[in-house]
Design a protein around this ligand. Sequence first.
Ligand code: ATP
Length: 353
Amino acid sequence: MTSGAVSIRNVSKAFGAFKALDDVSLDIEPGEFLTLLGPSGSGKTTLLNVIAGFERPDAGSLLVDGVEFITRPPHKRDLGMVFQNYALFPHMDVFNNVAYPLKLRRVSSSSIRERVRQALDVVQMAHLSARRVTELSGGQKQRVALARAIVFEPKLLLMDEPLSALDKNLREHMQIELKRLHDRLGMTTVYVTHDQQEALTMSDRVAVLRSGKIVQLDTPKTIYDRPNCRFVASFMGETRMLPVRKAGNGYEFAGRQLKLAQPPSAGAEQWLVVRPERLGWHGHDERDNRIEGLVVDVVYRGDSHSIALKLPGDHEISIRHTPVQDHPLPEPGQTLTLWLTPQASVLVEETGA
Ligand code: ATP
């Protein structure tokens, strides 16, 4: 499928005096898996609803394959939608739930049978075609909802937190399944989540929203490795932000000059982004960007130990010690020398460029 290009231009939407979307522009490539990621209330669902046609923006335009969609009603937008709560018809069996969009489109019954079977095959639910949806597990219901959303081969698939009602194992399994399904079917997909791990796992690109604005739009790797501001950095992973001081041409933390692979922006107020898994804490003392950490406690977690450390400036961070690491487990009260490579040492400002 080569169509399904979405172009959102200067879209704003207010509820009373509150700006839920504030001049948002975004181009989504045909076949792309794009995730809208942000904290609660950042405008993700509102933006998805604008694309779906459930919400009319106050200003701006929405082009799908070059055609203006803003005034077009939802049922004429050729969209597949999957919500958190499945929204299946409880009185119908699996087959009839999936057949519903085709019946609406007056597809012939022989073609309906064939297409429903194919869609159920894709989500591995063909064997439960006659089952009532009330007799399905959460993961099975979500698969039926997905089959119903793709059965009419929409140009665009919109999903709003579709996995958030599932338990952790099933959620992780469905993330991989959804990603594979997308790669196979190739339809443009816009996915809403507030779960950063989910966004990083599934997406071609991630748009991070804050207060109705997109603050960064990039690949998962760039968002994680090169966040463009303090907000994005602290939203990703288990991150600590250490304030650094301008010193000469560079910056220092706790009296030590930082060696950086990427030159920082010129802003006076900068933070060093510290991700626990990027911190080295054993080996040579002459490493770059050393930080002293006082071990506060060591907690057994089964597959590893979690070591809580106090850094200069009273910042706390937890690092992991796994049994395969051949150095001894530190003890509370001990001082560890932690270090960061210049590549892993990223400075950010409060707001992005
Ligand atoms: P969540 O992750 O909690 O679903 P979200 O990022 O999807 O959040 P939205 O649902 O888009 O956020 O809402 C953005 C803001 O707009 C919120 O502050 C919300 O209260 C407000 N809002 C959304 N819809 C309406 C409405 N119909 N009337 C008034 N305010 C609304």
